[in-house]
Ligand binder design. Structure first.
Ligand SMILES: [Zn+2]
Ligand SMILES: [Zn+2]
Length: 166
């Protein structure tokens, strides 16, 4: 496979993963999968939360596709797709777990309008601690904070103050 086609597949997978993550977060994690995700909407007591199992689950197809594409002689495109899933996982971890939830200490402060917007959007997602009523299920794509605040108000839920430790 030409490297340009591979890179294209990789980038397309990164983009598609944001859509996949949105769907999973909105209808699975805040649906039948809430029993694992609920831990992420409560203050964490140790280093880990049950919700971390989702990272393991989503890594599996990436590992299988990379292994098959690189070592088992499958269509090489599978390896690029597997790499795209892993790449999204890495970006997601950096944004969600490190920047927003500060699971590793850092002094990064969002300054660009885009970074401010996605950080604030995810904090607003955490303004609701229950399975229903939450807004903003995407991570790297998010509506403007004003839109999200209006949605929260319309749902009638009380918005608890959003702090840095969310
Ligand atoms: Zn959630
Ligand atoms: Zn979160």
């Amino acid at each position: 496979m030409h490297i340009a086609s591979g890179l294209l597949l990789f980038l397309a997978t990164l983009l598609a993963m944001e859509g996949f993550a949105y769907v999973m977060h909105r209808w699975v994690m805040h649906g039948p999968g809430w029993f694992l995700h609920a831990s992420h909407h409560r203050p964490r007591t140790g280093n880990w939360e049950l919700n971390d199992l989702y990272a393991v689950i989503f890594a599996l197809p990436s590992i299988v596709l990379l292994y098959g594409g690189v070592h088992l002689g499958w269509w090489p495109g599978f390896a690029w797709i597997g790499a795209g899933i892993a790449g999204y996982g890495a970006i997601y971890f950096g944004f969600h777990d490190i920047i927003v939830h500060q699971r590793l200490p850092h002094r990064y402060v969002a300054r660009s309008p885009y970074m401010k917007r996605i950080v604030q959007a995810h904090r607003l997602h955490h303004a609701v601690e229950s399975k229903r009523g939450a807004v903003s299920f995407g991570f790297l794509w998010a509506p403007a904070p004003d839109v999200l605040k209006r949605q929260l108000k319309e749902r009638g839920g009380s918005i608890r103050p959003v702090t840095n430790s969310d």
